[in-house]
Design a protein around this ligand. Structure first.
Ligand code: PMP
Length: 391
């Protein structure tokens, strides 16, 4: 039996740069003591007060079908949070609750791209981006950034691809994997290209609470952008609720009304007790969010100290998110070869820059997701290892 090209083509074939990750997982399964600095998951769990709200809701009977667009309470809490943070008037009608940011990324592309349309995204990129675009039948088209620009995209590079025809542009700030926070200048340039080439802008803002330097600007707040921007948000990173699978799309009412039809025919909504817990969590305000972000803020400082007195390993200014992008080109190795050698020699697992496209070759991404002491030890070992190789 033949499977559809849509489904067999999602991954695009070829090596996906995740070999080091799977090797680390195998070593752990075989009982080895590997320090895992690979994926973006907090070392803390969901706060007990949020779990208590989830428990109250489920025991109170909210275990049946919930409203497909999201509960009124959660849609309103998300809208209020967005309006507070960006100043853009936002109501519940601008919000669709989704099972996580990933489902929102899929829905946003489904809403904006026809089959075969070119959909732009920025390299380095979060691993699922090209597959998400292929999954809705569009063609992923990459726009490269450069380590020498600290991975800020250049408007002229986006315009060059947009001028060949494109339906959408997907951006992500604070950025996974680079930790870059897009500057006002970068975002204004991007907004200009979107207006000029009539592009939908899909803005993945799942790391919006993890900003260590500069400020997070949502491009939906820029002039004439609210009616062409779809913002992707999530409780995963801001509230350490990765496993609860709850996120949202914020966009024009008309787009949301169509996306409610998509939700009806795919997910049929998000569990009510999860949504009640999410609304409770958002209503606790920024203190809870700051507490969840605090360990990464602290570890970034630890990393800056460790990396200060040497010049073998370069740190791309980590302005946000839970990752560091380290330039290891002085070792003469690719990111993948370096990550393999660090894993084999010292049992420290990192992600090769090559896992995220071509722009971050010769780099490794370090997730700041183990306790401070192990993190500091692992990073010192990484630097020593790079210095030994560079000799
Ligand atoms: N966007 C980015 C940039 C991410 O790093 C992730 C998760 N690692 C997501 C979206 C999706 O997150 P979730 O589905 O858990 O909300």
């Amino acid at each position: 039996m033949q499977l559809s090209q849509r489904i067999t083509g999602i991954t695009g074939g070829g090596s996906d740069g995740w070999d080091v990750f799977y090797k680390a997982r195998r070593m752990i399964a075989e009982g080895e003591n590997v320090i895992e600095l690979t994926i973006g998951e907090h070392d803390i769990r969901t706060d007990p007060v949020i779990l208590a709200a989830m428990d109250r809701s489920a025991r109170g009977g909210h275990t049946g079908y919930a409203m497909v667009p999201g509960t009124q309470a959660l849609r309103e809490s998300v809208a209020a949070r967005i309006q507070d943070r960006t100043g853009v008037p936002t109501t519940f009608e601008n919000i669709l609750i989704t099972p996580g940011g990933q489902a929102a990324l899929f829905a946003a592309h489904a809403a904006t791209c026809n089959t075969g349309d070119r959909a732009l995204y920025i390299d380095p990129y979060y691993a699922t981006y090209p597959g998400t675009i292929r999954g809705i039948g569009a063609e992923p088209v990459v726009v490269r950034t450069h380590a020498s620009d600290a991975f800020q995209p250049r408007a002229e590079d986006i315009a060059a691809e947009a001028s060949k025809g494109a339906a959408s542009l997907l951006i992500n700030s604070p950025n996974n994997p680079t930790g870059t926070v897009y500057s006002a200048e970068t975002l204004e340039g991007i907004a200009e290209v979107c207006r000029e080439h009539d592009l939908w802008l899909i803005s993945d803002e799942v790391y919006d609470t993890q900003v260590w330097e500069g400020e997070h600007i949502s491009p939906r707040s820029l002039p004439n952008m609210a009616d062409r921007t779809l913002v992707v948000g999530s409780m995963s990173k801001s509230h350490a609720m990765t496993g609860s699978r709850v996120g949202w799309i914020c966009g024009p009412k008309e787009v949301i009304s169509h996306l409610i039809n998509l939700a009806t025919h795919t997910t049929y909504g998000v569990p009510g007790f999860i949504q009640d817990a999410a609304a409770f969590a958002i209503d606790q305000g920024p203190d809870l969010e700051d507490g969840v972000a605090a360990p990464f803020r602290r570890r970034r400082e630890i990393a800056r100290e460790i990396l200060a007195d040497q010049n073998t390993v370069g740190l791309i200014p980590a302005q946000g998110a839970m990752y560091l992008m380290l330039d290891v080109r002085a070792t003469g190795l690719s990111g993948e070869a370096f990550a393999n050698s660090l894993l084999d020699t010292h049992k420290i697992a990192t992600m090769p820059g090559e896992s995220f496209g071509t722009a971050a070759h010769g780099h490794v991404r370090v997730a700041m997701t183990v306790d401070d002491e192990r993190f500091a030890k692992a990073l010192k070992t990484l630097v020593d290892h790079a210095q030994t190789l560079a000799k």
